[in-house]
Design a binder for this molecule. Structure first.
Ligand SMILES: *[C@@H]1O[C@H](CO)[C@@H](O)[C@H](O)[C@H]1NC(C)=O
Ligand SMILES: *[C@@H]1O[C@H](CO)[C@@H](O)[C@H](O)[C@H]1NC(C)=O
Length: 244
């Protein structure tokens, strides 16, 4: 009867969320090199936050941390087939899955779309500002730098961090402040795993396309106007010189 009551009370506590039991088995694959040579497999058993037994593939057996754990470690370590199976998981579980993560995600690269634009024209003593943006690249690691007449620029550069778009892709923006000199060449250099070599993007100081279109439309209007006025003038001249 007492047992039943305890069971009911336990259920009640679980329902109320004030108490309960938390049983956890945590399998970890720890590695730091791409060739997976330093792979370690850790298999932990945890009860109410207390890890009571752990298999560590470097040690090659179970180690107990509580009285119950020490007892079970001796028992489980006596079963060589069981221990061997855990040891095999370095290959069968850890390395196998790590290879999948590398081939499906981590080894993949996506080229950035690079855009170079003017943020500010120079005016008076105020320097001009260019922005070099790289969009939609993967992985995160990237280097954006600047060249002035082929020489690396070391000052007056500010850059954002690599910003996560939230869809595995990243973007970054680098700003260069400079006082324009006529005839000089400014370039943005982007280095990324998706490129065979550093990519150089030269700044074209002529007007951007939208500005060029406005100029073209304006010039066409002017030409049309001149032609129509000339035609009108000729028509007027002919008509007025005709004898009545
Ligand atoms: C696994 O065992 C090795 C060798 O004793 C030790 O250096 C390492 O810290 C252990 N790793 C864990 C997570 O217990
Ligand atoms: C484990 O094996 C050893 C030697 O075969 C034996 O003495 C010991 O009692 C065993 N331990 C358990 C918990 O079965």
């Amino acid at each position: 009867m007492a047992k039943l009551w305890t069971a009911l009370l336990t259920e009640l506590f679980l329902l109320l969320g004030t108490s309960g039991y938390y049983n956890e088995r945590r399998s970890q694959c720890l590695y730091s090199s791409r060739d997976l040579n330093d792979m370690v497999y850790i298999d932990s058993y945890i009860f109410n936050k207390i890890e009571w037994i752990r298999f560590n593939s470097t040690v090659g057996k179970y180690v107990g941390y509580t009285k119950f754990g020490i007892y079970n470690a001796e028992l489980w370590n006596n079963d060589t087939a069981f221990v061997q199976q855990e040891q095999n998981d370095v290959e069968a579980f850890c390395k196998h899955n790590a290879e999948i993560y590398y081939s499906q995600i981590m080894d993949k690269t996506v080229e950035p779309n690079v855009n170079l634009m003017s943020l500010k024209q120079a005016s008076g003593s105020q320097p001009a500002m260019l922005m070099c943006s790289a969009y939609n690249f993967y992985p995160k690691k990237i280097k954006v730098s600047w060249l002035r007449d082929g020489k690396p620029v070391t000052s007056d550069i500010t850059s954002t961090e690599e910003l996560a778009d939230g869809d595995w892709y990243y973007q970054i923006h680098s700003h260069l402040e400079y006082t324009p000199k006529s005839g000089e060449k400014i370039s943005c250099v982007v280095e990324h795993a998706s490129f065979q070599k550093p990519m150089v993007y030269d700044w074209d100081p002529s007007l951007p396309e939208s500005e060029r279109n406005k100029v073209a439309i304006g010039a066409s209007g002017l030409v049309l106007g001149i032609i129509l006025s000339a035609a009108g003038f000729i028509y007027y001249k002919r008509k007025s010189s005709r004898p009545y």
